[in-house]
Design a protein around this ligand. Structure first.
Ligand code: DOR
Ligand code: ZN
Length: 345
C-alpha cells in the first residue's frame, strides 16, 4: 500500500547553524524542509546581546538559499553579566524568541555559561514578567556526578529550585534524554515543555560504545539506556502537547569528531523528517507526526503554525547522504541504522 502524508511545514525548536562557511553549507539542509528554527547562540564568542543577535540573524538571512522563506528565531546566550533590560528590549523588538541557559562547562562552547544561578535571578524574573521562555541545557557539571546521571540530578538540584523561585517562568527543557525528564515535564504545569531530538529517538548508549566507539553518535546530553529511549518515544508519539521536535542538529567537521577527544553533536538536519516519520510509523502514531513536528512547538511559543504544507511519501528506500562538504571540511550525516523509506516530496 502506498502511503503519503501531508503536514504543515515543520519547525525545528533547537538548531545549531554555526557561522561563516559552515552556516552557508548547513543552512540549506534545514530550509529544504523547515519553515522556522530556534537558533542556538553558542558561537565563539557567543550571541550574548541584542546587538549580537541582530547581527547573527542578518548573517543567517544572507546565507539563505535563493527563494527560501525560512525564518530564524533567535536566542540569547545567558551569562552572569546579562542585562535584564537588554533582554527585555530584544523581546519587545521581536528580535528574540527565547534565552538559552548553559551551565558553564556542560557542553560545546559553554565556557561563558552560568556558574552561579543566583547571579541570573534578575534576568529570570524579568523574563517571567514578560513571558519570554528560558531554554535549558539540563545537565549538572559537577565532575563527581556520573555523566549518565547529569540530567536527572540537574532537575532536582537546579531546575526545580529555579522554577520554584521564579513563578511564571516559562521553561523548555532542551533535548531531554531520560524518563526522569519525561516524568518531570508530565508532573508540572503548562509553563514547562521539552524538546526531543531525532537521534535520541533512535539510539541508546550501546550504539555509541558497543562493538567499537562511534564518535558520530556522541552528543550531549549523551544517549542513555534503552528504557530511556523508549520513554522518549512514548512522549514524542503520545498525546501530551508539551513534547515537540528540536533536532539539536549540531555539525562538526569530521576531524573534530574522529579524534582522541571528539566533539559532541549529531548532524541530523538532512534526514530528520524521514527518520522521524519512520519512528512514528514504528510506534503506530503517524497521526501524531504533525503535532510533534509542526504544531506543538509553535503553540508553546505562541506562534501560528505554518500555512505551507509538505508531503511525505513512503516508497523504495533511498541511500541517505553519508556526508556533506562544507568550507570547513566534511561533515558526517547521522546514520539511523535503518533504510529511509519516507521521502519529502
Ligand atoms: O551534542 C551537542 N552538541 N550538544 C550540545 O549541547 C551542543 C551541541 C554543539 O553545539 O555541538
Ligand atoms: Zn544543542
Amino acid at each position: 500500500m502506498s502511503q503519503s502524508l501531508t503536514l504543515r511545514r515543520p519547525d525545528d525548536w533547537h538548531l545549531h547553524l554555526r557561522d561563516g562557511a559552515m552556516l552557508r553549507a548547513v543552512l540549506p539542509e534545514t530550509t529544504r524542509h523547515f519553515s522556522r528554527a530556534l537558533i542556538m547562540p553558542n558561537l565563539v564568542p557567543p550571541v550574548v546581546t541584542a546587538a549580537d543577535a541582530r547581527a547573527y540573524r542578518d548573517r543567517i538571512l544572507d546565507a539563505r538559499p535563493e527563494g527560501a522563506k525560512f525564518t530564524p528565531l533567535m536566542t540569547l546566550y545567558l551569562t552572569e553579566n546579562t542585562d535584564p533590560e537588554d533582554v527585555a528590549a530584544a523581546h519587545a523588538a521581536r528580535l528574540i524568541t527565547a534565552v538559552k541557559l548553559y551551565p558553564a562547562g556542560a557542553t560545546t562552547n559553554s565556557a561563558s555559561g552560568v556558574r552561579d544561578f543566583d547571579a541570573v535571578r534578575g534576568v529570570l524574573e524579568r523574563m517571567a514578567g514578560i513571558g519570554l521562555p528560558l531554554c535549558v541545557h539540563g545537565e549538572v557539571t559537577d565532575p563527581t556526578i556520573d555523566i549518565f546521571d547529569r540530567e536527572a540530578v540537574f532537575i532536582d538540584r537546579v531546575l526545580d529550585p529555579i522554577r520554584r523561585a521564579t513563578p511564571g517562568l516559562r521553561v523548555v527543557m532542551e533535548h531531554i534524554t531520560t524518563s526522569q525528564g519525561v516524568d518531570y515535564v508530565m508532573s508540572q504545569d503548562r509553563d514547562l515543555a521539552a524538546t526531543i531530538t531525532t537521534h535520541h529517538l533512535v539510539i541508546n548508549r550501546n550504539h555509541i560504545l558497543a562493538g567499537g566507539i562511534r564518535p558520530h553518535y556522541y552528543c550531549l546530553p549523551v544517549a542513555k539506556r534503552e528504557e530511556h529511549r523508549l520513554a522518549l518515544r512514548a512522549a514524542a508519539t503520545g498525546g501530551d502537547p508539551r513534547f515537540f521536535l528540536g533536532t539539536d542538529s549540531a555539525p562538526h567537521p569530521d576531524p573534530l569528531k574522529e579524534s582522541a577527544c571528539g566533539c559532541a553533536g549529531c548532524f541530523t538536519a538532512p534526514t530528520t523528517l524521514p527518520i522521524i516519520a519512520h519512528v512514528f510509523e514504528d510506534e503506530n502514531a503517524l497521526e501524531r507526526l504533525e503535532d510533534f513536528t509542526s504544531l506543538r512547538g509553535a503553540a508553546f511559543y505562541g506562534l501560528r503554525p505554518n500555512e505551507e504544507r509538505i508531503t511525505l511519501s513512503k516508497g523504495v528506500p533511498i541511500a541517505s547522504p553519508a556526508h556533506i562538504q562544507t568550507g570547513d571540511g566534511t561533515v558526517t550525516v547521522f546514520d539511523p541504522g535503518f533504510p529511509l523509506e519516507w521521502h519529502v516530496t
